[in-house]
Write a protein that binds this ligand. Structure first.
Ligand SMILES: C[S@@+](CC[C@H](N)C(=O)[O-])C[C@H]1O[C@@H](n2cnc3c(N)ncnc32)[C@H](O)[C@@H]1O
Length: 267
């Protein structure tokens, strides 16, 4: 065998070995990627499977849920009725949200409650009816007109002694509460005022809540507009939701109830 043939054979072996290794690596990489993708597909299928278990909330199901739940106190029903007749019920919290707030307040035996955004007083009344006699609801409202209506309702439904109505911008009122030494003393906070300030209300509520205290936020799906880049309020809510989940200070659960309702527990 001449030197040339030996050289050619060496080169051939090295070259085919190179390609063998190369194809081997490509094949291995493709296989691993495929396995990984399958795993991701299987995981996302099972997650969307869970999501799809939720029922579409038709009026029929909504009414069934309400009729199979402990009934709302007659005072709240009357207040909702008069609000609907006089002002429309666009701004008022959904019935299930009011029930859930009451349920949580009872569950954690909350005595000190924050209600941010009062309107005609439904959420404050709901809270006041379930805190113990020594408990207090701090209700924050900017509009003098709504604060007056709410005050009359609190008198009418005999809960004035359990409600401290603070008129003014909620951010300022919350800051005052912090300065007055209320930090770490509240058990429950419900946020339902202007959406722009949700992150501010979240941070100040967090300061005022005790460890293990619960924060509930209304409208966190905002009419399904959180994906709509052209909807200003939808984007503000999306931004607030991202603030909650990335804060690390709370356990978070966003529920598809009412207009979207997020529950958080201070760690
Ligand atoms: C959706 S309504 C509240 C509904 C109420 N939680 C209920 O259950 O019926 C929002 C309220 O927040 C009040 N509000 C808006 N901006 C505010 C602010 N910066 N500070 C305090 N209250 C504010 C509005 O005047 C309005 O009464």
């Amino acid at each position: 065998m001449c030197a040339f043939t030996v050289l050619f054979l060496c080169y051939y072996c090295w070259f085919s070995g190179f390609w063998f290794l190369y194809f081997n690596r490509v094949l291995t990489f493709t296989l691993i990627s495929e396995i990984r993708m399958n795993f991701v597909r299987r995981m996302s299928c099972s997650i969307s499977g869970f999501v799809k278990k939720d029922l579409e909330m038709s009026n029929e199901y909504f009414e069934y849920c309400i009729s199979m739940s402990s009934p709302l106190h007659p005072s709240i029903v009357n207040l909702l009725q008069s609000t609907k007749e006089e002002l429309g019920n666009k701004l008022v919290s959904s019935v299930q949200v009011l029930m859930l707030n009451q349920f949580i307040i009872k569950l954690i035996s909350a005595q000190k409650v924050l209600d941010i955004g009062v309107y005609t007083g439904a959420s404050s009344l709901a809270s006041a009816l379930v805190v113990p006699p020594e408990g207090k609801v701090y209700s924050l409202e900017k509009s003098i007109k709504f604060a007056q209506i709410a005050q009359e309702n609190f008198k009418k439904y005999e809960v004035s002694d359990r409600i401290n109505l603070i008129i003014g911008d909620a951010s300022k009122s919350l800051e005052h509460l912090c300065q007055e030494g209320h930090s770490g003393t509240f058990d429950f906070s419900y946020i339902d005022a202007d959406k722009t300030n949700y992150p501010t209300y979240f941070n100040l509520s967090l300061q005022l809540l005790r460890q293990g205290g619960v924060l509930a936020v209304d409208n966190t799906l905002f009419k399904g507009k959180v994906f709509d880049l052209d909807n200003r309020v939808g984007q503000q809510i999306d931004n607030a939701n991202k603030t909650f989940i990335s804060s690390g200070a709370v356990d978070v659960l966003l529920l598809n109830i009412g207009d979207g309702y997020t529950l958080m527990r201070k760690r």
